[in-house]
Design a protein around this ligand. Sequence first.
Ligand code: ATP
Ligand code: MG
Length: 390
Amino acid sequence: MDTLIVHYDEVGLKGGNRHRFEDQLMANLKRALRGTGYRGVRCSVGRITVDFKPPGLVSEAAARAARVFGVANVGAGLRVEPEIISIGDAALELMPVGSFTSFAVRARRARSSCQVDSREIERAVGGLIQERTGAPVDLSNPDATLHVELFSGSGIVYRDRRPGPGGLPVGTSGKLVALMSGGIDSPVAAWRMMRRGAEVELLHFHGRPYTDASSLTQALDLTRALSRYHLATTLHLVPLGAAQAEVVTHCPPRLRLLLYRRLMLRIATALSDERGARAVVTGDSLGQVASQTLENLATTDAAVPGRQVLRPLIGTGKLEIVREAEAIGTLQISNRRHQDCCVLFNPRSTSTHASAEQTEAVEIALDINALVGKALAGRESQVVEAMSPR
Ligand code: ATP
Ligand code: MG
């Protein structure tokens, strides 16, 4: 194989902005395919093609392209002349005897210089494959599908399509800061915003020296996993333990968790301003735990008036989130044992409906600005690349 063909869906709907989205998608593909030996990336008539100088790592490149946001599907195949003989030769090379039980040929022709129309190509190439392999045609549920696409005076023949994640290319929707614990939900929330085209920086709070380093390893591994899609991700590690100790000393136990959350949001918005991010993201899901009732979420947000807090999982149930975490490859990491800072000095019960006034009255005992400033001053940041290919 010497060529990849990449289709996109939402990007194609962007009207006047379409070129900006296509350019970003091509730039992201080039970054994702570094080291695979690709030669040229071109966009023509609603698809992107990537050519390789043999022996390129075309299968590896297809797997990587299938994780780039904006990509609807990817095929790996051969570039051909837009005429029956060349297409037929490629088809037989890609469909050797015994490698499938039934098949279909699907041809598409866009502004092609080819004289033959799509149906004729399907019939001719299908006949040739059937004659050589003896396999039956099955148009409704084929074991293998051979695609022929002719456009811009050239053609590509490929077998089967690998689905991509869809969405929009990272870099087309501005920047966000996502609060990421070591748990299951927040990496999925960050992933969803990445898929909407946002560049997402991750923020993890740890309880050092009151907790061990397990949540740091956890955050780092989750960031690596997300970088398989987002390519290179900035991870900020911020110490919250000292601020939590202040909360424990000065405030009632039933409000602790909420006070931690309000501190987290204040720190996150301060960091957002510094990093040029427009909003923060959390992995809250309505009613999942005590801090995620409507009242408590409103009280949490009241700590950062006028700021946008995005909660992409708000209407998603746990089972669905778990399934998504498994599909994107974060579940295994999230399931590892780790010490999260939220369990630090955790009281036996948490208020499920604390008002903003109640929490503000209690916060008078704290020097909030100093706590936020100290936490941010203790921040460690790094850019985390994807796990290198095996
Ligand atoms: P998760 O599985 O994402 O940890 P959760 O259901 O356990 O979520 P909570 O512990 O109540 O929920 O946390 C709610 C949200 O607060 C998280 O989704 C995350 O966005 C943020 N958060 C919680 N703990 C941390 C942390 N240690 N660092 C950064 N953000 C955190
Ligand atoms: Mg959690």
